[in-house]
Design a protein around this ligand. Structure first.
Ligand code: HEM
Length: 396
């Protein structure tokens, strides 16, 4: 493995999509942060930006770090899903986002708060009685798969397939040479067929978020084509992200029982604990941007048109920003400054919902569980997502 300066360009031949790197990415992130502010990954012809200051500066500068040419390394996906909100720049992005975010703002979330909290509590009561369960299958999947899909208002076929399709789409974010990208593209096709052929006005539950998109289109706030694409924006990022964050939470608390004791003594730390979980284990590794002009990062010139990885995961572990970044500390003063939800105009519009889901589950567990005893987590390499596939847990 080599890192070298070639023609004044910090270059690395590490494989961002190799299984072993994905399963244990932390040495790679550290190596990139220590080596240079921007490193050219020559296997895939893309820049890797890893330090907090540079990642956040890029995210907050959409005029140069634009999303309109796609946020993935896969040109077919950048084109095929180019109508999605996440792949737009202002002003189109602004008008779409205004409609999209409405049910996810604090007012909208307060309308579903009780439903989510009560469902979580009843579910945890049953799980805790069982004593042994899988933290992914039995716990983390519950709210996204049962409540969130209902709020979007999709039918049973959609619900049954959505998790597999969504994970496939995120795999398709990868470089076309990665085999996971190629299989992911099959899921992209299946999901696009489903949305385009089956997600009709009649099928969507009245008053659901999908229905609201089409009403906004009737009112001329967005186009009907945009409404269809925005269905993907509700469906794809709302599942695995939150599922992974929840199972990461169980794993982190089982590995750091004193932090669970602290949370039980002081439940007002829950919001900060959620930030710390997302800082330690960002569910999304990185998204891409394309440069609209030459841009200098710490003395390295990135050329116009280049594709750039902005690594949420590495930025949130940058020792220049977070003291002892590898320590899980739910009282950390600046945990809220993590980049797990992104930053700037594309920062996660679903963060209030995700926080409510994770919080509701943690609250249900806090009052009933003294200790988590976990078996080995099973991780499956994924091009974009960081999470656990299965985590056996015994609760005491
Ligand atoms: C813990 C859970 C979640 C995490 C870690 C997460 C993470 C992220 C990140 C890092 C971004 C930034 C993308 C960028 O920079 O281009 C983002 C954007 C986005 N997220 Fe989330 N997300 C989560 C939950 C959700 C949920 C529940 C929804 C939907 C209800 C959602 C919908 C979106 C959408 C549509 C965007 C694109 C926003 C835009 O382009 O303006 N996310 N998310």
């Amino acid at each position: 493995m080599t890192e070298a300066i070639i023609d004044s360009i910090p270059t690395s031949d590490m494989d961002y999509y190799a299984d072993d790197l994905i399963l244990d990415p932390y040495p790679f992130y550290k190596k990139m942060r220590d080596f240079a502010p921007a490193v050219w990954l020559n296997r895939y012809d893309v820049w890797f930006v890893s330090r907090y200051e540079d990642v956040t500066a890029g995210l907050k500068n959409p005029d140069v770090f634009c999303s309109g040419n796609g946020v993935t390394l896969n040109p077919d996906l950048n084109t095929g899903m180019g109508g999605n909100m996440v792949m737009q720049d202002a002003p189109t992005h602004t008008s779409m986002r205004k409609v999209f975010i409405k049910p996810l703002l604090p007012q909208g979330i307060s309308e579903v708060r009780d439903q989510i909290k009560n469902s979580a509590d009843a579910h945890i009561e049953k799980l805790v009685q069982r004593k042994h369960f899988d933290a992914v299958e039995d716990l983390s999947l519950f709210l996204p798969m049962n409540i969130v899909t209902n709020l979007i208002g999709i039918d049973d076929e959609g619900k049954e397939n959505m998790l597999g399709w969504a994970a496939g789409v995120f795999n398709a974010f990868g470089h076309p040479d990665s085999p996971r990208t190629q299989t992911g593209m099959l899921d992209v096709k299946a999901l696009m067929d489903y949305v385009q052929q089956k997600v009709t006005r009649d099928m969507l539950v009245k008053g659901g978020w999908g229905d609201l998109l089409f009403k906004a289109a009737d009112e001329g706030k967005i186009t009907h084509e945009q409404a269809t694409f925005m269905m993907f924006d509700y469906m794809i990022p709302s599942l695995d992200t939150t599922i992974n964050a929840t199972s990461n939470a169980v794993w982190l608390f089982s590995e750091n029982p004193e932090q669970w004791d602290l949370l039980r003594e002081n439940p007002s730390l829950i919001p900060n604990a959620i930030n710390e979980i997302l800082r330690m284990e960002a569910p999304i590794r990185s998204f891409n941007r394309h440069l609209t002009k030459d841009f200098d990062i710490g003395g390295v010139t990135l050329k116009e048109g280049s594709s750039v990885f902005l690594s949420y995961a590495s930025a949130s572990l940058d020792e220049r920003k977070f003291e002892n970044p590898e320590k899980f500390d739910i009282s950390r003063k600046n945990a809220s400054e993590h980049v797990g939800f992104g930053m700037g105009p594309h920062s996660c519009p679903g963060s209030n919902l995700a926080r409510l889901e994770i919080r509701s589950l943690l609250e249900g567990l806090l009052s009933r569980v003294k200790r988590f005893e976990c078996g080995q987590p099973v991780r499956v390499p994924h091009n974009t997502l960081r999470g656990i596939k299965s985590l056996p847990v015994t609760v005491h």
